[in-house]
Design a protein around this ligand. Structure first.
Ligand code: 4AD
Ligand code: MG
Length: 503
């Protein structure tokens, strides 16, 4: 490659009419006699390259025709505007050099099952979907940092090894720390509270660990969380901070990653509505909503919609299966096979929703004050709202030890969860912190925690205690909501779940 200046696909727009060289991988190809169409990807985008017989030596033409998916190569050609091309430009090839010819790449353009793709994550990262998610994740994390940096927050790196439980004892990953028991951190919050008493407004951002045995679409055992903590703030102040923060990061992704959102089929018009103020409900209002007629009617309507959707999918499947019986070109057959795999996945998901609808309706109707909101309760509430919903003032016994008791009603705490809309559910959990020494001590005992582990945490309530609070936003859940990915394991390059630690 020496001597040639390499151009990136994302820069082709600056080179119309010029001859350039790209270095990348063969994403897909097809040939029809004297013409070959090679789709090349180079990390910045995709480009269709057109190769005419005679424009390169016959031997090279032949090698390119047989070149396997994901082979690496350089291609040289003239940049031509082309409306039908993915990036708006195509390359009319005059030369190519094969760097490494790949054979039998296991992930073909046809659809594959989820488990297969997870076992091939090291290669699946090259797919358009994973590429798009990585780009969006990058923007989101950059926006998270920008928001706090530009609003007077100081970054504090909190430890990953901890001596005490940050949230609960159930989901602790325990380990042996030179003969002493220790854990992987569940949250940076407690350490961050110390820093807030020094710097006022602080945030931490890093991986957090929870030994979650549930294999739901919302749980990883290792996930990334950003947590701001602010001295002298009340619950209203926290809600305002959270809504301006979420609106900011969503707007940034919309501005930067529209093509990627389109590739993923994200609901862009809904994302454009994510502006303050968000909805606010107390837990008690949420409980009334769940057990009321409005929810009953909403779920009944939803069941009808699901049944209609099921009939539509079945009709489409029957139609495609009939077409498979007719003589077709290979590429057309492959296209139909891929669509059928997607439709059958869709059908299975719709069936599961139809089956779950009455269960969710029963759970909602039986909801009683005092229970934490379950996954299905959150789904229902968030499906009934177009914008994110804050649920505040949960029962004290359902929540973590550090949350401040509402002085006007000691059965509830000054906390909130933020539920993303369209059924996604919780993306943020936060609260005002108990700042009274005796009440905090009593809560530690009540939750069965050892007060000796929390001496330093209690000290904050001994020396200049102030009202303060903060929250934590889960990065993978936020990406799943924004992109419309059903499972958060797609939203981190190498997901960790109870049964997955292979790659
Ligand atoms: O609600 P959580 O447990 O709150 C805390 O950890 C507080 N200490 C935060 C704070 O006030 N500083 O977790 C916060 C968020 C959740 O809303 C969710 O987005 C994410 O972290 N989260 C998970 N994401 C993926 N997998 C899991 N197992 C998660 N558990 C929590
Ligand atoms: Mg929570």
């Amino acid at each position: 490659m020496t001597g040639t200046e390499k151009t990136f696909i994302s820069q082709l727009k600056n080179h119309a009419g010029q001859t350039v060289t790209l270095a990348g991988w063969l994403y897909n190809s097809r040939s029809s006699g004297k013409l070959q169409f090679l789709i090349i990807r180079d990390g910045t985008g995709l480009c269709q390259c057109v190769l005419e017989k005679g424009s390169v030596p016959d031997a090279l033409f032949e090698s390119l025709r047989r070149l396997g998916q994901e082979s690496s190569l350089t291609v040289t050609g003239t940049v031509r505007p082309d409306d039908r091309s993915v990036g708006g430009f195509e390359l009319a090839l005059t030369d190519a050099q094969i760097i490494h010819a790949a054979e039998g790449y296991p992930i073909t353009p046809k659809s594959h099952g989820v488990d297969f793709l997870l076992r091939h994550r090291h290669l699946h990262l090259r797919s358009q979907r994973q590429w798009s998610i990585a780009k969006i994740r990058h923007t989101l994390i950059d926006a998270v940092r920008t928001f706090f940096n530009d609003n007077g927050f100081t970054l504090i790196d909190t430890p990953i090894f901890t001596a005490m439980a940050g949230e609960d004892r159930v989901s602790l990953f325990q380990l042996d720390y030179f003969g002493q028991p220790a854990n992987l951190t569940q949250t940076g919050q407690l350490h961050l509270e110390c820093a807030a008493m020094s710097l006022g407004k602080v945030y931490c951002f890093g991986p957090t660990f929870r030994a979650e045995k549930s294999k739901t679409r919302r749980h990883l055992t290792e996930f990334w969380m950003v947590e701001p903590e602010v001295a002298f703030i009340d619950l209203d102040g926290l809600l305002e901070l959270a809504e301006s923060f979420v609106a900011f990061i969503v707007a940034r992704v919309l501005r930067t990653n529209r093509p990627e959102l389109e590739t993923l089929g994200a609901d862009i018009p809904s994302l454009e509505k994510i502006t303050p103020p968000f909805h606010r409900l107390t837990y008690t209002q949420a409980a009334d909503l769940l057990t009321g007629d409005k929810t009953k009617q909403f779920l009944a309507l939803q069941l009808e919609d699901l049944k209609t959707r099921k009939r539509q999918i079945e009709t489409r499947i029957a139609d495609l299966e009939a077409r498979q019986q007719t003589p077709l070109k290979q590429w057309k057959k492959d296209k139909i096979a891929a669509e059928l795999i997607d439709l059958r996945t869709d059908l299975a998901e719709t069936d599961a929703k139809i089956e779950n609808n009455p269960k969710h309706a029963r759970l909602a109707a039986e909801f009683h004050w005092g229970k934490d909101l379950g996954g299905s309760d959150e789904t229902i509430i968030s499906q009934m709202h177009e914008k994110p919903v804050f649920v505040t003032h949960y029962p004290k016994d359902a929540k973590a030890f550090y949350m401040k008791t509402d002085r006007d009603n000691d059965k509830v705490v000054l906390n909130f969860d933020l539920l993303a809309p369209a059924g996604f559910g919780e993306i943020i959990g936060g609260s005002v912190r108990e700042d009274d020494y005796d009440r905090l001590l009593a809560q530690i005992a009540h939750k069965g925690l050892d007060k000796n582990d929390y001496t330093w945490y209690l000290d904050l309530r001994k020396y200049g205690s102030v009202p303060h609070g903060g929250f934590g936003l889960g990065i993978e859940r936020t990406i799943a909501w924004i992109t419309g990915e059903k499972h958060i394991r797609q939203c981190i390059a190498f997901p960790r779940m109870m049964d997955k630690i292979y790659i």
